[in-house]
Design a protein around this ligand. Sequence first.
Ligand code: DC
Length: 206
Amino acid sequence: MIIAVDGPVAAGKGTLARRLAAHYGLAYLDTGALYRAVGLALLDAGRSADDSAAALAAARALDPARLDDPRLREERVGEAASRVAAMQPVRDALLEFQRDVAARPPGAVLDGRDIATVVCPDAEVKLFVTASAEARARRRHAELTARGETADLDEVLADLQRRDARDQARDAAPLRPAADASLLDTTNLDIEAAFRAALSLTEGAC
Ligand code: DC
């Protein structure tokens, strides 16, 4: 079984996808980490995140064993990831790895932006997880504060809206729900309620 979980930044899709994977005994892939790893490789090499040749080379050389580097979570890396994610050749270079993970029995939960629309259009379950920009900014702000990073809520909101706009407006696999996706708005749901809602949408779809 393949479960696609798409949605904007900080909508809660990562937590939900991880819990769905544990619940159904499936593999889990955070596809944003792939774009983050490409962004981090550029930053480490002192290259601009807009350097498309260097980004493509980094995507082709990506080492999946390094996807749990804690630096991938840094804001500067998220910003670089959003830039390289707009490059079609980078997306193409990362496609096969994602499809391989999904194809391995017994299946997987993948979270990202284009899982249901591009990576796994035949996924049995397609969830599109959203929340208001304000709710997402509050969650992201709480996460950053918990990690000891200083962050201003207004700046977090502005940054999130900028990244949403870039993810939605890009030509390459823009963020949008698949026509047959189930929408899950987590604005007023805590994680338990959101998980129960995701489970019931999943059960309803298979
Ligand atoms: O979900 P995230 O914040 O870790 O994603 C980092 C960036 O990568 C974000 O700007 C969106 C992009 N991304 C993408 O374009 N396609 C995916 N499948 C996953 C992430």
